[in-house]
Design a protein around this ligand. Sequence first.
Ligand code: ZN
Length: 374
Amino acid sequence: MAKRDYYEILGVAKGSTEKELKKAYRKLAIKYHPDKNPDDKGAEGKFKEAAEAYEVLNNPDKRARYDQYGHAGLEGGGFGGGGFGGGGMNMDDIFSQFGDIFGSAFGGGGFSGSRGGRRRSRGSNLRVRVKLTLDEIANGVEKKIKVKRLVIADGITHKTCTHCNGSGQTVQIVNTPLGRMQTSSTCPVCNGVGKIIDSRPPGSDANGMIHKEDTVSIKIPAGVEDGMQLSVSGKGNYAPVDGIAGDLIVLIEEIPHESLKRDGKNLHHDLFISYPDAALGANPEIETLSSKVKIKLEPGIQSGKLLRLRGKGLPSVESYGTGDLLIHVNVWTPQELNKEQRMFFEAQREESNFHPDPDKNNKSFFDRVKEMFQ
Ligand code: ZN
């Protein structure tokens, strides 16, 4: 099914301000709130759709990408903390990210009904490093990563917090000259959750948590760079009791390639050729990321010549287009000559044809630099 336009979903103009976006989203979120529309799948869909649209348009980076490329600009893993992965947002994400939006509409404490006034705590983020070869970066890759997550131990039992009677809030009555005032604050015993641990299995920590090995599958989009971070929503540590999980932050590490050097989208290769190949011309084979390519070297090619294989670089993760492979030609000077070779070169030393003539059919250094940045 084709995705609807985010601006259309929220019913706002393309140039709308942050305030207008928030207002439009709040209206929809209240209209389709699950507490108001119990067991209504249509309303739930609209509720999620609006949250997704707001999540993107309220983030300047994502909004810029969406404005430029539409939905396609946001595909491929979700950078910088979003991470829809194509599946839309789940209810926990929506409530944890945008809970404040509903605040005043649903009686100050958050959500009515089953959600009560309790607060859901959020687990901490987990960090892992993933090493990728340039080949994997060129094509994008799915990696299965083993992580040790904090999860709630099996067999744990909870009981209602007696300090706040399960409300998560403690209420204080204060006498003031204006009369009795009621103030409420987060329950210090259960941290606002409303429940505390009754019994926990051996081996679990004070919060009833244990470390559990889990395998997480991560789709890494093509073109990522060393040092980039991907965030996988909900795959971090769990929070105690009925909290929600944090994120898994994946740090990208690039394994250097044997013969190719990366510079953003472009790749560079230092090609060394012999004197005879330079003089006579040659067809050496160059290793690119996807295959081997034969290139043609014209007779008389000079050291420093730059050859460009278009589209043999890397895709960009942030924009369209693929970079180039730039081949830097170096003529290899023999370092030890035998008697015959020495005689040959000595005989040629005075030949005018062997005298350097840089102006002749060879571009200057600055022309080459210009060519490189075209
Ligand atoms: Zn409590």
